[in-house]
Design a protein around this ligand. Structure first.
Ligand code: SF4
Length: 262
């Protein structure tokens, strides 16, 4: 029997650590976020369900809808929306044409509510940094290397913005792998420790223990795509003097894109 509880009742039950299970309903796709649905999620999923087979054969829309309905880790029970990514506009059903792929860690509170990556203050800072490089979220690829796409390693928000768990990254990273395979970016900018660890775990021994500062200033690789490491905008908001380092990282990425990296 389905319980018909309003937001206040659910919040009260949550305060009392009473968890309400209800039948699974499909979440809204990230492309049509509903800010109005800013209540405690009505869906609680007691089990995880394996990702569908054939991920590496999926086209862009199928991959998008697969992520929107994913229950492969426990984060599906606490999210409002999955956050697939956003960037250069593309005709319906087609893969965005991009040169840049920006990869962050996981959606935060605002991203979870809106179904979009990098919104709020950190998103504004990222947009400002990109603008300084002549880039924007809505530009398309061109001779000067303009188009970009922004996503995260995890497509669902860890509750309370806690750190991602290894098993969550392991479940979710195949989506990122296939996004990279379809987008075919010319450069990846990895923002923040968890994005860096996830992207470089197979190519940089001991990356999980390496300070991010030691991984900056060089060009790494993920699925054959050059990777430049930098700090996450949320970290920069707390450490504004580090902005100059991020600018240096962006310059390195631009030089790599134009074949002029040292
Ligand atoms: S975080 Fe990734 S693996 Fe976990 S439920 Fe969300 S989309 Fe699926």
């Amino acid at each position: 029997m389905a319980l018909n509880l309003d937001t206040r009742q659910r919040a009260m039950l949550a305060e009392m650590h009473v968890r309400v299970w209800s039948p699974l309903t499909a979440p809204e796709p990230a492309s049509t976020p509903s800010v109005a649905a800013q209540s405690v999620p009505a869906v609680a999923v007691p089990i995880v369900v394996q990702r569908p087979e054939g991920l590496d054969q999926m086209d862009w829309p199928t991959l998008h809808s697969t992520v929107a309905n994913c229950q492969a880790c426990s984060l599906c029970s606490t999210r409002h929306h999955t956050v697939f990514g956003a960037g250069a506009p593309a005709p319906q059903g087609q893969v965005p044409q991009v040169d840049w792929l920006i990869v962050g860690e996981a959606p935060g509170e605002n991203e979870d509510l809106q179904g979009q990556p990098f919104v709020g203050q950190a998103g504004q800072l990222l947009d400002n940094m990109l603008r300084a490089c002549g880039l924007s979220r809505t530009a398309v690829a061109g001779p000067e290397g303009g188009g970009l796409y922004i996503t995260n390693v995890l497509k669902c928000r860890p509750p309370g913005n806690r750190n991602p768990k290894p098993e969550e990254v392991a479940q979710c990273e195949p989506y990122l792998q296939h996004q990279v395979a379809l987008l075919k970016p010319k450069i990846i900018l990895a923002m923040g420790r968890f994005a860096v660890q996830s992207l470089l775990q197979h190519s940089v021994p001991g990356v999980d223990k390496a300070p991010l500062g030691k991984l900056r200033g060089q060009v790494h690789s993920y699925q054959g795509v050059p990777v430049v490491v930098t700090y996450h905008p949320a970290y920069l908001l707390r450490n504004l003097p580090e902005k100059a380092k991020v600018w240096a990282d962006l310059c390195l990425a631009m030089a790599q894109l134009k074949g002029r990296a040292p």
